[in-house]
Design a binder for this molecule. Structure first.
Ligand SMILES: Cc1ncc(C[n+]2csc(CCOP(=O)(O)OP(=O)(O)O)c2C)c(N)n1
Ligand SMILES: [Mg+2]
Length: 613
């Protein structure tokens, strides 16, 4: 809670709210006196009233929202207390960005909007990065933020935490709303929920000014003003002719390929997606967060032959995957083009919920617009009984490259160098996930991300959460907390030491709520690697390196969790197995070779001035 407790806030404590008191201040001047079930002490029973706090809580509960990720302070301190008192799970963070990231991850995992609750101006801004990231990733979340007095903010007279938050949130969110009157809370929450989850999901901002919370209204009228959103994410059925056009094109392919994106994972259409892949027999590539939709060990996975199949394919079916930078924008060398802007020879079928996605980078020959589940089931129904298997030469060419690359990787993983490196450490994580396929893997860093993505197989859908479309650092602990809270499963967070630094304080949150999170830091003493020196030869360290031999595990111990310092794969394995057995918050500081790692991992080429080896 904020250390500045004004009269305003002092007057809105839970204690006040729970005991019947008189309403005062007809214009709602920041003093809570109306409450659920209240009656005045010294007069005949008055009409039952309800205040803004409870209307917000009831509106959320009515829509089956059971968890709030947030950080208290003016003007939402009592909202967090009352929400907990009313049976919502309130997970309180140390920094709003991580509460926001948790809300986004919860949204991705559950298809319900994750709720992040922040204080005004600085707290709001701290949460905004997560909101923008959620919108970019198409994760449904609602950032609910308290804000200061409208008339003072709008006249820029210098209110406590003055900021026009709605205006700032708008360009970064899918939608943004403000509620000024208690009777509009139901509509505001309903609009926010619909905006977050319908169509292409995204981040929604809901501005609740301080004056809204103590506003009282007749309880029955208040209850009647709430909306239980019916069918918040309506199915969007694709047109039959669009499906037929797509299937005709797919059938004509000599070298077909399916690419599954995180939209496909979000859709929870797992059985149909698997059936479509298996019935067509077409090789597929999972994007990072689509790993596990089919087990990565599936014989149709072409992941180990990615650099061969992308340029060689002739028809590509994109399911919930955008042709953004992660797929080299559908053109250039990756796709067989001779220059960065040149298109390859592929024809594309794109299954996406947004009609505007098609043609965003290259020509889409067969757009199929609708929700992924409806599109995939329509395509499945259209396959008929004698769908031809892809040409044998195509499958054989992929199989050959795949087995060569897998054998090469197996050799690398079998090595046991001293000091430990990314491969020997991640070989352990790979085994641990194989033995615990229900565990959720959270992953961030540069090399720590790229190596984990390629080495650690996933076996089930929506078990991998990572930096997503932006490649943002700092999602690790927020995503881990959300994953543990909404699933109850073991979480394993594989973190670069730099990545962990963006969110490390949230290990206190993990300990406070006793969450089964095992953080593994792949510690190479720096951003990308830890062996750089100051080019000027001065005393300051190079910009990319950290304190050598940092003891990150002590941070976890400081809050009662288990900290382990390891330098060998065997010790790492034991530490992870102990963590999973005990389900105790654990941080394993896995010291690896500080010279292991390349600039920006696999995206060195995006550095404008980096020397290319
Ligand atoms: C918010 C944010 N700030 C900065 C970056 C730039 N960046 C990309 S990866 C990275 C850290 C890489 O170091 P580490 O996490 O230790 O992974 P390693 O490559 O060393 O395994 C940084 C700072 C980013 N992606 N996001
Ligand atoms: Mg590092």
């Amino acid at each position: 809670m904020s250390s500045v407790r004004t009269e305003k806030e002092a007057a809105t404590t839970l204690e006040d709210a729970l005991k019947p008191t008189k309403s005062r201040d007809a214009d709602g001047e920041a003093v809570v006196r109306a409450f659920k079930g209240g009656a005045t002490e010294d007069s005949a029973p008055a009409a039952e009233t309800i205040d803004g706090f409870h209307l917000v809580i009831d509106a959320l509960k009515l829509n089956d929202i059971d968890t709030i990720f947030g950080l208290p302070g003016i003007p939402i301190t009592d909202l967090t207390r009352m929400a907990q008192a009313e049976g919502l799970r309130v997970i309180s963070f140390r920094h709003e960005q991580h509460a926001g990231n948790a809300a986004a991850a919860a949204g991705f995992l559950t298809q319900k909007p994750g709720i992040c609750l922040t204080v005004s101006a600085p707290g709001f801004l701290n949460g905004l990065t997560a909101l923008a990231n959620a919108t970019t990733n198409c994760f449904p979340m609602i950032l609910i933020s308290g804000s200061s007095e409208r008339e003072i903010v709008d006249l820029q007279q210098g209110d406590y935490e003055e900021m026009d938050q709605l205006a700032i949130a708008k360009p970064l969110a899918k939608a943004a709303f403000r509620v000024l009157h208690a009777e509009d809370i139901g509509v505001g929450v309903a609009r926010a929920i619909r905006a977050a989850v319908s169509g292409r999901p995204g981040g929604v901002y809901l501005d609740l000014p301080a004056k809204l919370f103590p506003q009282a209204m007749d309880a029955e009228a208040g209850r009647n003003s709430l909306i239980k959103v019916v069918d918040p994410a309506p199915r969007q059925i694709p047109a039959q002719d669009a499906v037929a056009r797509a299937l005709d094109l797919l059938k004509s392919a000599a070298r077909p390929l399916i690419i599954l994106g995180k939209g496909a994972a979000y859709a929870q259409a797992d059985a149909d997606i698997r059936a479509l892949v298996e019935k067509t027999g077409i090789p597929y590539l999972p994007m990072a967060m689509a790993k596990g939709l089919l087990p990565d060990t599936h014989e149709q996975s072409a992941a180990a032959a990615r650099s061969y199949v992308l340029p060689a394919s002739d028809v590509v079916l994109l399911i919930g995957a955008r042709l953004n930078w992660l797929l080299s924008n559908g053109k250039g060398k990756t796709w067989g083009g001779k220059s960065p802007k040149q298109w390859g020879a592929q024809k594309f079928i794109q299954v996406d919920i947004s009609p505007q996605e098609a043609d965003s980078n290259v020509r889409i020959d067969a757009p199929v617009v609708g929700d992924i589940g409806s599109c995939v089931s329509a395509m499945l129904a259209g396959l008929g009984t004698n769908w031809p298997r892809p040409p044998a030469e195509w499958l054989a060419a992929i199989a050959e490259r795949k087995s060569k690359n897998i054998a090469k990787m197996a050799q690398t993983l079998a090595k046991n160098p001293t000091p430990m490196n990314f491969h020997s450490a991640l070989n352990v994580v790979r085994d641990v996930i194989k033995a615990n396929p229900d565990a959720i893997l959270v992953n961030e860093g540069a090399n720590a991300l790229d190596f984990t993505r390629s080495i650690v197989d996933m076996y089930k859908p929506r078990k991998r959460l990572d930096v997503g479309t932006w490649g943002v650092m700092g999602i690790g602990m927020g995503f881990s907390i959300a994953a543990a809270v909404v699933s109850g499963e073991q979480v394993i967070a594989v973190e670069g030491d730099s990545a962990f630094g963006f969110c490390g304080m949230e290990v206190e949150t993990i300990c406070r709520y006793g969450l089964p999170v095992c953080v593994v830091i792949l510690n190479n003493n720096g951003v990308y690697r830890g062996d750089e020196v100051n080019l000027a030869g001065g005393r300051d360290p190079a910009p990319l390196v950290f304190v050598k031999d940092a003891r990150y595990e002590k941070l976890m111990e400081a809050f009662g969790g288990v900290g382990v310092h390891v330098t060998t794969p065997d010790a790492l394995r034991k530490a992870m197995e102990d963590a999973i057995r005990s389900r105790r918050p654990t941080l394993v500081n896995a010291v690896i070779d500080e010279g292991a790692g390349t600039e920006s991992g696999r995206i060195t080429s995006l550095n404008p001035t980096a020397k290319k080896a």
